[in-house]
Structures are given as C-alpha cells and as structure tokens.
Design a protein around this ligand. Structure first.
Ligand code: ZN
Length: 238
C-alpha cells in the first residue's frame, strides 16, 4: 500500500493552504493500489438495480465508478448472489411471511427477501455495462438452499467458507477494496469478514449503494468503523 497522507490530514492541509491550492488546480489521489491489493465487486447484478427483483436505490449508478476504479487494480474479484429456487432467504419459502420480515434460522436471525437472483436467470446476471478487464474470479454465494450468504468470504452459518480468503492469500494479496451492492448487507459483511481474516480493508463509499432497512446503514458503518474498516471515496484512489 502506498498511502500518503491520510484523508483527514489531507482535508486539514487543504483548509490551511487555500492560497497555495489556487496555484495547484488538483490534488493527487492518495491511495495507489499495488500488486497486493484487490478490488472486490459485490453483487452488481440485474436483481439489485431498477427493473430487478430486489432493487437497491441508485444501484446502477455505481457501474461507471467501478469501471473507472478497475483501471487502477491488477486484481479484481467479482461476487454473484446465486440462489436456488425456493431458497431459505426468500419470504415466499416461509408460510405467512412477507418480504423484509425476519425469521429464525438455525444460524440466527434471517431477513426475508423477495425471490431474487435465482441461478441462471437474467435477474442473476452481472450488469452488462460492467467492464472489468482484469477480473479473474467470480465467487458465487447463496447457492446452498438452506443457508444465505451475504459475505463473499463465509456463509451465514459462519462455518462454511467460500474459499476467497485462501485464494487471495495464496496470491499474496493483503488489502481489499470493497464496492458494490448493498452497502449495509453484502458489502458490509464482506468487509467485516475480510478484517476478521486479517486483510486491510477499505470500503469505497460512492461505489456502493444501500438498502437501509430500519437503520441498517448507520449500524453497518458503525460496525465497520469499530472493526477498522476504512471508509474512502473513489476519488481517493490514484
Ligand atoms: Zn440473496
């Protein structure tokens, strides 16, 4: 990682050197991803944008931001929510339940969603405008019928690994930058697991969009901050 100076000190610097800034039209971005860095693009699928089965407000707006970011990364990993029909995370699977209610699963509380991202459907396809020439791995998750998986690293039973951590570590990658949908679910869980597994973790906020169910967005940012996840903007990446 090449990180100079931090975003905070940069802002203070900006405020205190306004006159100098006039002579310098733009400041260089501060973070330069290297061969040990990977961009993780979480669930940028038709199901999670307008016209899909579980649309996240403004979801498609992150595509050009992610495409531009990808130019700075040698390593890009993509995830894809990939459910069986009748998946345990679907409200329709549970008699009397409506989408966005919760139920108790053997592994804990599960939010119930509209049917979404069913394997092989157009709804589950990656957005066609996503242009990621260095993408090298697609992790599919949520394909065990009785277990959901928000995280790219570990399924919701908190036992079943997707293998992503071992893949990244085998390739010498120690830092991940997480983008995609949705900030407060799959992005946050991916970022938190990455911290737990020993990676340096950044979430690129403007390259995500949130569902924000009952305060879930603020709660997710707090949990991520407490875990040492760094919150940055795409403009911070060189
Ligand atoms: Zn899902």
């Amino acid at each position: 990682m090449n990180l100079t100076p931090s975003g905070l000190s940069r802002r203070i610097f900006l405020a205190s050197t306004a006159a100098v800034a006039l002579a310098r039209p733009s400041f260089a971005a501060t973070i330069k991803p290297d061969a040990k860095s990977a961009l993780i693009v979480v669930d940028v699928q038709n199901c999670f944008v307008d016209g899909g089965t579980l649309p996240v407000k403004g979801g498609a707006q992150i595509v050009p931001i992610i495409n531009k970011l990808a130019g700075s990364f040698e390593n890009v990993v993509v995830t894809q929510d990939w459910h069986t029909p009748g998946h345990a995370s679907f409200a329709s699977t549970h008699a009397g339940k409506k989408p966005f209610e919760t139920t108790q699963m053997p592994y804990g509380t599960q939010v119930l969603w509209p049917d979404h991202c069913v394997q092989g459907s157009d709804d589950a396809a990656l957005l066609k405008d996503l242009k990621l020439p260095t993408a090298q791995l697609i992790i599919r998750k949520g394909f065990h019928k009785d277990v959901d998986s928000y995280s790219a690293f570990e399924e919701a039973d908190r036992k079943t690994s997707t293998g992503l951590a071992a893949y990244l570590k085998a390739r010498g990658i120690d830092t991940v930058f997480v983008t995609g949908l949705a900030t407060d679910f799959c992005v946050a869980w991916t970022a938190l697991d990455a911290r737990k597994l020993g990676f340096n973790v950044y979430v690129i906020e403007d390259a995500t969009r949130a569902i924000d169910l009952n305060g879930s967005l603020a709660a997710a940012w707090k949990q991520m901050a407490d875990a040492g996840v760094k919150r940055i903007q795409s403009g911070d990446i060189a």
